[in-house]
Structure formats: C-alpha cells, structure tokens
Design a binder for this molecule. Structure first.
Ligand code: PEP
Ligand code: MN
Length: 338
C-alpha cells in the first residue's frame, strides 16, 4: 500500500502514518521526494488493512493499493527516476554510460590494455569478472581475490571505476572493498540472501535479470536490495531463454520500456551475453540504446581468440571503437548523449 502525503505535510503527520502502520505489524519505507513524501506500507497481508485507516490521518493526500508484487522499485513509490552516481558518473541521467571490459580478469596486462582501449573509445566504467559463474565446475572459475587486486591496481593507475560480479554472501565484503558497482549475475537474481547482503553494503548494485525470470520477478528481486535501505540499484537486461537457438539468449528489448514504465530504477543492456557472437553485438547494443536504456555492459578483449571465457562474443578494441562511434549517433537520435 502506498500513502502519498500532502505537499508540505509536517514531520508529525508523517510520523503518525508510520506509527499506525507499525502498530498494525507492517514495515515502512519512506521516499522524501522534492514535492512530497511517499510512505510505502510493506507486508504480506497489507491487503487486509482498510485504506481508510491511513486516508483519514491528517496530512495524507491519497492511499493506493499496489497490486504488483514489488513496491520499493515501483514508480508509485518513487515517481522520479533514480540516478545512481558512481564517482562523477551518473547512471540514469541524460548521458548514456558504457561499461566495457573482459568477461573474466585473466592477467594484469590484459585488464590494463583493455581499460586503456575502452577508455580511449569513451567507456566510463571497466567491467571484469574475478568470480565467474560457470556451467561446469571444471571450467576456469576466475582469478578470484587476485582478480580483484588486479582490478584495483588498474583502477588506481587509470582512475576508471570498476564493476565486478559477487557470487557468494561470504565474498560480499571482500568484493565491496574493490568494486564501485557490485554485479549480481543472472543466475543469482533470486539468491535472496545475496541480495540482502549486497543491499547492506550501500554500494551501487547492478541486478541482472534471470534468464527465466519475468519482469515482475526481476523488480521484486530489486526490492530485496532496496529494502535494506540501499537506493543505488541498477537493472540489467541480458537476454532470456526462449525456443530460439541461433543466439545464446533472446534479448528482451520490450523489457526496457516496460521496466521504465513501472520502475524508477536505471536500466542497462548487456548485448554480449544474448548475442553469444561478436557479429551480433553491435545491433543489439544499438537497439538497447534506441529502446531507451541508460547504458550498456559490453565484453571487450585484447585477443578474443585467446580469451579464457566468452571469447566468441567479445569485441576487439577496433570493433569496440567502431561501435562507440555508431552508438553516439543512436544516442543523439533518441535525445541522449554518450
Ligand atoms: C557476465 O557478465 O560475465 C555474466 C556472467 O553475465 P550473466 O550473469 O548475465 O550471465
Ligand atoms: Mn561473460
């Protein structure tokens, strides 16, 4: 249930709404907008509480039931779009943000060279997995802590912020010491303990959509992070499983306008994992920006043929540079910059 306070409602009036909700056994979260405060009343059986209990309190403008499963990530709770700030970069603002780098951290030289190349082409955040979710336990699992240290050294020398995946609750503190953005991978979208832990760090979190998850499930998963008081959540569409097998996944372009309509959170598109092949990446990347995404997460490798993970879908430096030039035009065509 969402209680919208009147413009200029006093702190006392807001406190009364909060106290009433708590006395009925519900949790609350507040969104202090520039115009007015919105109080989300949270609980599994808010449906049983009459809206009038809140509507009659002083300072209350309106009370709405939210029939959707997610609340904190909804536009009803927070009408204004969220901007997540990382260093001086705004994700969700007018400028499209490109995050690029290798699928996996393999060596310091590999990360350093890639960072230099993608920065030169206009990427503003460096990606690189130190912990890799692999289908087989016998495949390369990532350099783990050593990989994090490599990312930190490259960041210290080039000044580019880092996004890297955290797979396990036990590693959240360690990864948060190195990462500017914590990536929760598609396979972990419904790992609720992990979502709570990354929520507690307060660090920006990029939540990838599970490849068999609906948009409702994705936004409800985002609520787990937001419920810890962490407002810095970024959504990432990375393709879903369909009957189509000519690409690795099917990039669900429709999820961008849908998530935009129903949620205030910024949305990033990962064109690399759905494509599964470098030749398809530029088309999907451009489609993502054209459909209104706030940025991209792109895999780039100095020598894709030698990559330990996801070489086939990785762009070479020159292909990435070419893509960035094309993306500038697409961004401009939809009223954004890059
Ligand atoms: C990745 O970004 O390298 C990754 C493993 O992505 P996903 O979780 O979307 O498969
Ligand atoms: Mn990958």
């Amino acid at each position: 249930m969402i209680v919208e306070m009147r413009k200029g409602a006093s702190k006392d009036e807001i406190d009364q709404v909060v106290a009433k909700a708590r006395s009925m056994g519900f949790d609350v979260q507040l969104n202090h907008g520039t115009e007015k405060t919105v109080v989300a009343i949270l609980g599994s059986d808010t449906g049983k509480a009459p809206t009038d209990v809140f509507a009659l309190l002083p300072g209350v403008g309106s009370v709405q039931r939210i029939m959707k499963p997610y609340k904190l990530s909804s536009r009803e709770f927070k009408p204004a779009s969220t901007i997540v700030t990382v260093s001086d970069i705004q994700i969700g603002g007018p400028q499209v943000v490109v995050m690029a780098g290798p699928c996996a951290v393999e060596s310091e030289e590999q990360v350093f060279q890639t960072a230099e190349a993608v920065m030169k082409a206009g990427a503003r955040i460096l990606r690189g997995g130190a912990y890799k979710p692999r289908t087989s336990p016998f495949a390369f699992q990532g350099l783990q802590e050593e990989g994090l240290k490599i990312l930190s050294r490259v960041k210290a020398s080039l000044g580019i912020p880092i996004i890297t995946e955290v797979m396990d609750t036990h590693e959240v503190d360690l990864v948060a010491q190195h990462a500017d953005i914590l990536q929760v991978g598609a396979r972990n979208m419904q790992n609720y303990s992990l979502l709570r832990e990354v929520g507690k760090t307060g660090r920006p979190v990029m939540l990838k959509r599970g490849f068999s998850s609906t948009i409702n499930e994705w936004l409800t998963a985002a609520d787990y992070i937001l419920a810890e008081g962490n407002e810095n959540v970024i959504l990432c569409e990375r393709g879903i499983r369909t009957f189509e097998d000519s690409t690795r996944f099917s990039l669900d372009i429709s999820s961008i306008p849908v998530a935009r309509k129903f949620s205030h959170l910024p949305i990033i598109v990962d064109p690399s994992h759905p494509a599964g092949h470098f030749e398809y990446v530029p088309a999907l990347a451009k489609a993502g920006i054209a459909a209104g995404a706030d940025g991209l997460l792109v895999e780039v490798h100095p020598n894709p043929a030698q990559a330990l993970v996801d070489g086939l879908q990785s762009l070479t430096f020159s292909n990435f540079e070419k893509l960035m030039a094309e993306l500038r035009l697409v961004a401009q065509a939809v009223g954004r910059s890059l």
